[in-house]
Design a protein around this ligand. Structure first.
Ligand code: DO4
Ligand code: MG
Length: 290
């Protein structure tokens, strides 16, 4: 089963529901955020209270699984490959990444407000003032208002390596801009994932219909525990409508590989799904579709 936000063709109203065996059943809630304000046990019961009618998944438009006041946060340098990539790209501040990899306190940063997140089939963007850009395929935790992990989804933490590499203080510019966050396609309830530390992650970047870069990794390589990341995120903060926490990348296409306009990024995570997003370059291309 997956939890999804969707739209029915011909209508602009978003719906919330569950999909099982290819059939979508609606839930009597206005937002996903309202589900994340429930305790895990109550959420489980709520997912059983669907309406009698069902639709084929192919008959709905899947929307990014986030709305309302739910924010996206992200962890950084949680896999060795990410530490190595950052040390390589950052000439003067390499030690910052070495230190955070081994420190008790993880790197956590704000990634996106719900309204600027794109979902399955949505367009992501690289900045026009950046020269080295990558998708970062990450497992994302959906955490409720009580700090419980209630689900898992996929996050693409699209990033400029050239901007972050010039100075780590530029991290917000490297990682927070329109088109830099994709999420989805849906949320897999946490109780359906037997071992979240054994999920295969695949990244395939298509260019002109050919594979331009491909890699595979696993959450078994994660250097931290999910609960540890959640503990630091919520230590001195509240998220009344839950929060999505992306857990860091274990795949970084090596330089000089860079995303280009026209590329298509495909992220596969075992038991969670596939997130596919085309790429454009620059704000104008993103907002005008050209
Ligand atoms: O330290 C910069 C960000 C790292 C990151 O986004 C990752 O490791 O996934
Ligand atoms: Mg990342």
């Amino acid at each position: 089963m997956h939890i999804l936000r969707y739209r029915i063709s011909g209508s602009s109203r978003p719906h919330v529901g569950v999909v099982d065996a290819g059939r979508v059943s609606e839930l009597d809630v206005a937002t996903l955020a309202s589900l994340w304000s429930l305790r895990l046990g109550t959420l489980r019961e709520k997912l059983g209270e669907t309406g009698p009618e069902t639709l084929a998944l192919s008959d709905v438009d899947i929307l990014a699984p986030i709305d309302g006041r739910t924010e996206v946060w992200a962890g950084g340098v949680t896999y060795e490959i990410s530490r190595e990539a950052r040390v390589e790209e950052s000439e003067r501040a390499a030690s910052a990444y070495e230190l955070v990899y081994d420190a008790d306190r993880p790197e956590l940063f704000f990634k996106s407000a719900a309204w600027r997140v794109v979902g399955e089939g949505g367009t992501i963007a690289v900045r026009s003032d950046s020269t080295l850009d990558v998708p970062e395929p990450e497992v994302a935790l959906v955490i409720n208002a009580f700090g419980e992990i209630v689900g898992y989804t996929i996050c693409d933490d699209v990033s400029s390596r050239s901007i972050e590499g010039a100075n780590p203080l530029y991290l917000p510019q490297a990682k927070i801009y329109l088109g830099a966050c994709a999420l989805g396609p849906m949320v897999r309830p946490a109780w359906e994932i037997a071992d979240p530390y054994a999920l295969g992650i695949g990244l395939t970047i298509y260019r002109s219909g050919e594979v331009a870069w491909q890699g595979k990794a696993s959450t078994a390589q994660l250097h931290r525990r999910y609960d540890e990341l959640v503990g630091y995120l919520l230590h001195s903060d509240v998220h009344p409508d839950g929060v999505v926490l992306s857990t860091g990348t274990c795949l970084v296409p090596p330089a000089p590989f860079t995303l280009q306009a026209g590329d298509v990024v495909q992220i596969d995570v075992d038991e969670i799904g596939r997130l596919t997003t085309p790429v454009v370059r620059g704000l104008e291309a993103l907002t005008t579709g050209g």
